[in-house]
Design a protein around this ligand. Structure first.
Ligand code: 13P
Ligand code: SF4
Length: 352
């Protein structure tokens, strides 16, 4: 069998009919299939830090929501396979409308994102006509489209500080991140939506006290989606990629975040003390992505993420404002823009 321009490389790998057929393959076979199809499609795999270790190992880029958005915006791949949750894949599609964005499992949603709908946000905006809306990226495209600017856990404070001090802010959907931003900025004119992440909100003071007792020399680093009482006792508060950076410089850390990140760091630094604040902090939604599903997704080019173009365009404005602030996006040249638009379908979005 030949692949591209007549070069004999290896026999083409035919897609198998069902995801269960992939589950019967060995890890090596799956990895080989993933690499092969990725090269054939000019695809890139973006993986969030909470993914299973075997998904992290085949990811071309692993990171937090900000880093993944920047990567989705910059990549020259034709296909993006997003191993994370739905809002992350949606963000990639918003930023790269001409590319095919795939998710291995469409059920991988973020329950926090579902706390606020476009309708509910429009209602609150009508009650506060002068307010700016800051949407945590853990939100739907429709909510982003209703927002002034988005933020991630890595830049929420900077984003809020970019808004004039006297202007009220509606902050959606995470009440814990909002409270953290209020603490850091001293602003009182922030109206926080009452949403939360079940994984981080469930971490409690008793678990923190227990972990400190067991590892007295370890620094405690907690994600800003955790409750304010925990954040007040943390040595550091940062995003998942901020935690990865801290692990480079410290020998002992207790992580107040999802287990996938801790698994990654324990594997990378077996000689260090890298422990979870709570063993129960597992995001079942992130774990829906598996190696067999990823191989199936690439082979069948499913499930494709699509959205209404009017929503996409407005959501992109809010995301670009954030990326501009974070110094992570270069405006495309005229030529790049023309190429991008040439691949956008008649419906206005990049889907088939
Ligand atoms: P990060 O942006 O810090 O990776 O967080 C994303 C997330 O979903 C945390 O629960
Ligand atoms: Fe959503 Fe929480 Fe899972 Fe992050 S850890 S994806 S915020 S449910």
């Amino acid at each position: 069998m030949t692949l591209h321009s007549g070069t004999m490389i290896r026999p083409a790998l035919k897609p198998l009919p069902d995801v269960l057929d992939y589950a019967a393959l060995s890890k090596d076979e799956l990895v080989e299939r993933i690499r092969w199809r990725k090269a054939e499609l000019n695809a890139v795999i973006l993986g969030h830090n909470y993914q299973r270790v075997e998904i992290q190992e085949v990811s071309d880029y692993l990171g937090d929501s900000l880093g993944l958005s920047q990567e989705a915006s910059d990549t020259d791949a034709d296909v993006i396979v997003f191993c994370g949750v739905h809002f992350m894949a949606e963000t990639a599609k918003i930023l790269s409308p001409g590319k095919t964005v795939l998710m291995p499992d469409l059920r991988a949603g973020c329950p926090m994102a579902d706390f606020v709908t476009g309708d509910a946000l429009r209602k609150l905006k009508a009650e506060h006509p002068g307010a700016a809306v800051v949407a945590y990226v853990n939100s739907t495209a429709e909510v982003k489209a209703e927002s002034t600017i988005t933020c991630t856990s890595a830049n929420a404070v900077r984003v809020v500080e970019s808004i004039p001090a006297e202007q009220p802010i509606i902050f959606v959907p995470d009440r814990n991140l909002a409270r953290y931003v209020i603490r850091e900025t001293g602003r009182e004119n922030i109206i926080a939506w009452d949403g939360y992440c079940y994984v981080h909100d469930d971490m409690v003071l008793e678990e923190l006290a227990e972990a400190r007792k067991k590892f007295p020399k370890a620094l405690v680093v907690i994600h800003p989606e955790a409750r304010r009482d925990l954040l007040d006792l943390a040595d550091h508060v940062t995003s998942t990629s901020g935690m990865v950076k801290m692990a480079e410089d410290h020998d002992a850390l207790i992580f107040g975040t999802e287990r996938g990140l801790v698994d990654q760091l324990q594997k990378r630094y077996p000689e260090k003390t890298m422990v979870p604040l709570s063993g129960a902090a597992v995001c079942g939604n992130m774990k829906l992505n598996t190696l067999p599903k990823l191989a199936w997704s690439l082979d069948h080019q499913r499930y494709e993420v699509t959205m209404e173009e009017g929503i996409r365009v407005r959501a992109e404005e809010a995301l670009r404002r954030m990326l501009d602030l974070s110094g992570g996006w270069n405006a495309p040249s005229k030529e790049e823009e023309e190429l991008e638009m040439a691949s956008v379908g008649a419906s206005g979005c990049g889907c088939a």
